[in-house]
Design a binder for this molecule. Structure first.
Ligand SMILES: Cc1cc2nc3c(=O)[nH]c(=O)nc-3n(C[C@H](O)[C@H](O)[C@H](O)COP(=O)(O)OP(=O)(O)OC[C@H]3O[C@@H](n4cnc5c(N)ncnc54)[C@H](O)[C@@H]3O)c2cc1C
Length: 395
């Protein structure tokens, strides 16, 4: 079932979860009792992924309720999303390499029986086959199940990790370039070289509370090898929007809370809500994001008191027509992290410039402050979180 795709539902979900964000989360988060059963996790991912609610808002609410130390584990998990995004921002070639390797693996493996058995949940490994069905039916898997799934895909079924990552992207409602690609790489031993994740039957039995005891799983997880990913770069420098220039706000599905992303001094003439299904990978995400975009468009229109124009493609013609309709010479949009929306915007900028329309992206302070810390492993990043929260007045 698709979660209610509105900010109101996101905030209600957060409020309902908040009492459990302290010790209950820390002790219970690894248990996956199965679909439809009560568990200790928040299920906020589709909302945070598309920023119907932001990481900063979630962390601020948790701090108010629990303080830092008691909610340390939950805050850390929320910040894994920030870390993965930052890590990929600093190394965008890793995303391009993933796409190229996925396409190459598809050319070799597509049509093969092993891939079809895995994708259709016919491997004979009871747990794995059940997760395939759960993913297809709900668009969600518990984090621990995602780890076991990826490990079995890579080390037991010996299928290319890029095709497993692609399978997740096509079925998860929260499908995300950074969290998905880098988590699969982490399981495969590419993210932390030499350190792989092996799914063990006793661990699965314990944390599924006896639902599964899979047989025939790989006993070892030899690390995959690849050419070095290269050292971390820096964040793409952004030119600030000119507050004096009449502007159009572009809302896209990487940030569906544009009203809190933009500086307040922009001379906005209108809002363009562009939902482009081709920039998502699967139907589950499209079913969520389509109405979530409607919700975001209405909120932005009301917040800025401006007319809302809709587009079903993120392409130059729609942007130029909308900008001209409201007399805008500048399009301002929340920053899109590495992925298809960012690629689309990068391709659009020169076409708009030819028409005398500047495209300006605005990065949130949360991202500008934390992403540069994702140069190394998570623990170095984690060490900076408390300082950032203090600097932002959240602690
Ligand atoms: C192989 C694999 C693939 C994954 N693919 C995706 C993906 O495409 N999109 C996606 O959003 N997450 C992905 N994750 C991360 C994680 O599994 C989900 O974000 C989490 O399960 C969402 O459930 P929740 O909201 O109940 O999480 P909770 O445990 O309640 O965590 C709260 C929030 O913290 C963030 N979070 C928690 N764990 C992680 C994590 N390991 N990495 C990043 N953020 C995290 C999410 O925003 C989540 O909503 C993947 C993990 C693995 C192991």
């Amino acid at each position: 079932m698709v979660p209610d795709p509105t900010r109101r539902a996101a905030l209600a979900r957060l409020a309902l979860f908040l009492p459990g964000a302290g010790s209950a989360y820390a002790s219970g988060r690894n248990f996956d009792p199965g679909p439809g059963r009560s568990d200790a996790v928040s299920r906020l991912a589709p909302y945070v992924r598309h920023r119907l609610v932001t990481e900063e808002e979630v962390v601020a609410a948790v701090l108010t309720q629990h303080g830092f130390a008691p909610a340390r584990k939950f805050i850390q998990e929320v910040c894994w999303r920030t870390y993965w995004k930052g890590w990929l921002e600093l190394r965008p070639t890793v995303w391009r390499r993933y796409l190229a390797e996925r396409d190459a693996a598809q050319a070799v493996t597509a049509g093969g029986a092993a891939l079809a058995e895995a994708e259709e949940g016919r491997t004979g490994i009871d747990a794995f086959d059940a997760w395939v069905r759960e993913l297809a039916e709900t668009g969600y898997l518990h984090n621990h199940a995602r780890m076991w799934f990826a490990s079995i895909w890579i080390f037991t079924l010996r299928l290319p990790w890029t095709l497993g990552a692609d399978f997740f992207l096509r079925h998860l409602i929260d499908a995300d370039a950074a969290s998905n690609t880098l988590s699969w790489r982490w399981v495969a031993g590419l993210q932390t070289p030499g350190k792989t994740y092996l799914a063990r039957p006793d661990n699965i039995t314990r944390y599924t509370q006896g639902r599964f005891t899979p047989r025939g799983l790989a006993m070892e997880a030899p690390t995959l090898i690849e050419p070095p990913a290269g050292s971390a770069g820096t964040l793409v420098p952004l030119e600030a929007p000119d507050p004096a220039v009449p502007s159009l706000l572009l809302v896209h599905h990487e940030d569906l809370c544009a009203e809190s992303a933009l500086p307040s001094d922009i001379a906005l003439r209108g809002v363009l809500a562009a939902f482009d299904p081709a920039l998502l990978w699967g139907e589950a995400a499209r079913r969520f994001v389509g109405p979530a975009m409607d919700d975001a468009a209405v909120r932005a229109g009301e917040h800025f008191g401006r007319v809302v124009i809709r587009a079903d493609r993120l392409e130059a013609g729609a942007l130029i027509t909308a900008a001209e309709a409201v007399g805008a010479r500048q399009i301002v949009t929340p920053y899109a992290p590495v992925g298809p929306v960012a690629d689309a915007l990068a391709a659009l900028a020169p076409v708009l410039a030819e028409k005398g329309i500047a495209l300006r992206s605005v990065r949130r302070r949360w991202d500008s402050g934390l992403w540069p810390n994702a140069r190394r492993g998570f623990f170095a990043f984690d060490a900076e979180i408390e300082g950032h929260l203090r600097a932002e007045g959240l602690l």
